[in-house]
Design a protein around this ligand. Structure first.
Ligand code: PMP
Length: 420
């Protein structure tokens, strides 16, 4: 049962109040980007109206205010993900940039034939930068296979660890399927053979309480826009010692200690990895989003989301002629997010209408104001492993309610009757 006032929470998202044609907007594409609460929009507006100045430089009041606000968010993020120190938090433009900074930054530490293990369910943002690193260094990429029910294959993972990989990169939650990796267990195993670990938290951060010290990964990355914050800002968390070894991908102002034409000395973290003027308004917006989330009863919200997702899965199953992908409710232990011993999907359901092209289904749903994502979800190797050309994905957020699911199922039933 929902104990908090869910409608009051939903009312804080202005975009959700609109109608499209004759229908209320049914936004089931939160995994692509979430809608923003008024508090985030207001925080960014206020910065531009009152405090707009560059950070870290000037002696004047506005710059001092902007710098204070910007740096306060670093502290906020550190607390939010339980980092040990705030200089382990690097602001980037998003998950993609964060992973690129790690993969580029490791170049001098990687040698020919070093092995890099990549989750088959990874988003392209967590594949291509490693391929580029492999091209530069002669390292070898090995995919970590999935089981037939689209879970990371832990037996195969254990076997691959015998290769003594230098890097293991995983998704926390798959963006295409909503499957959850037992990252604590996987990272511990990778560490035991001396690998550096990166966890892509883009799809986890808005749903789960993330504790980077508990996960014990070397790097954890996510985007602001998938956690009710603005686009254009993301986070690279890194264990201080490992972060400090990364070669900066970007160089220039703000990241230096001294510059002469003979030689430049880089500054200390976090500035060393934040060249140039950062996305100040967006960082402030991210801070407002975190504040917004922290004021909510997160356990109850997660329970609400889990209940809604199960309802969504059941309704899809009952509709008939639907194929579902990566649905998990098998017994699983050892991960703190599986307290009841079940491994759940988080935030998203992937499906196809039997025999129909996902794109056709998406277009017909859109005509009924239902927004879902259709395609390969930037996870082509995953689609290949599932033997799929693509699929539809319905994804939920804190504001999604039962009416959304019912509107979606009703619309999908109409599509089914039209096409089948
Ligand atoms: N990884 C995952 C798991 C994602 O879901 C996404 C966004 N779809 C990304 C990486 C890339 O994030 P961004 O586009 O914000 O850089």
């Amino acid at each position: 049962a929902v104990l908090f006032d869910h409608q009051a929470l939903r009312d804080q998202f202005p975009a959700l109040k609109q109608t499209i044609g004759d229908h209320p907007l049914c936004y089931l594409d939160t995994a692509a980007t979430s809608q923003k609460p008024q508090a985030v929009i207001d925080a960014m507006t206020e910065y531009y109206q009152l405090n707009n100045a560059n950070v870290h430089r000037a002696a004047h009041q506005l710059s001092a205010r902007a710098t204070q606000q910007y740096e306060a968010v670093r502290q906020q993020v550190a607390e939010f993900i339980h980092a040990q120190r705030q200089d382990e938090i690097i602001f980037t433009h998003g998950t993609t940039e964060s992973i690129n900074m790690v993969a580029y930054g490791l170049t001098s530490q990687i040698k020919p034939n070093d092995v890099i293990l990549v989750d088959t369910a990874a988003h392209h943002a967590n594949i291509v930068p490693w391929q580029e690193l492999a091209k530069r260094t002669g390292a070898v990429i090995k995919p970590i296979p999935l089981t037939t029910d689209a879970q990371l294959d832990i037996t195969a993972f254990d076997q691959l660890l015998a290769l003594k990989p230098k890097v293991v990169t995983l998704c926390h939650v798959s963006n295409a399927l909503g499957t959850l990796n037992p990252v604590n267990e996987l990272v511990a195993k990778a560490k035991a053979v001396g690998a550096l670990t990166l966890v892509d938290g883009a799809q986890a951060i808005a749903h789960l309480s993330v504790d980077v010290q508990l996960i014990d990964c070397d790097f954890y990355v996510f985007s602001g826009h998938k956690m009710y914050g603005p686009t254009g800002v993301g986070v690279l968390y890194g264990r201080y010692t490992e972060l400090d070894k990364l070669t900066p991908m970007l160089t220039g102002g703000e990241m230096i200690k001294t510059v002469s034409f003979e030689q430049t000395e880089f500054g200390a973290l976090p500035n060393r990895l934040e060249a140039g003027t950062p996305a100040i308004a967006e960082v402030i917006g991210l801070g407002a989003a975190i504040h917004f989330l922290q004021q909510l009863p997160r356990e109850q919200i997660l329970a609400h989301e889990q209940q809604l997702l199960r309802y969504l899965q059941q309704q899809l199953q009952q509709l008939g002629a639907i194929e579902l992908y990566g649905i998990t409710n098998d017994k699983h232990s050892g991960d703190k997010h599986c307290a009841d011993g079940q491994r759940h999907n988080i935030g998203a359901v992937a499906f196809n209408l039997q025999g129909e092209h996902h794109q056709d289904v998406g277009i017909l749903l859109d005509q009924q104001a239902v927004a879902v994502r259709c395609g390969h979800h930037c996870a082509m190797p995953l689609m290949t492993s599932l033997n799929l050309g693509g699929c539809c994905r319905a994804s939920i957020g804190i504001y999604t309610n039962k009416q959304d699911v019912d509107q979606f199922i009703h619309a999908l039933n109409t599509v089914k009757e039209l096409l089948l």
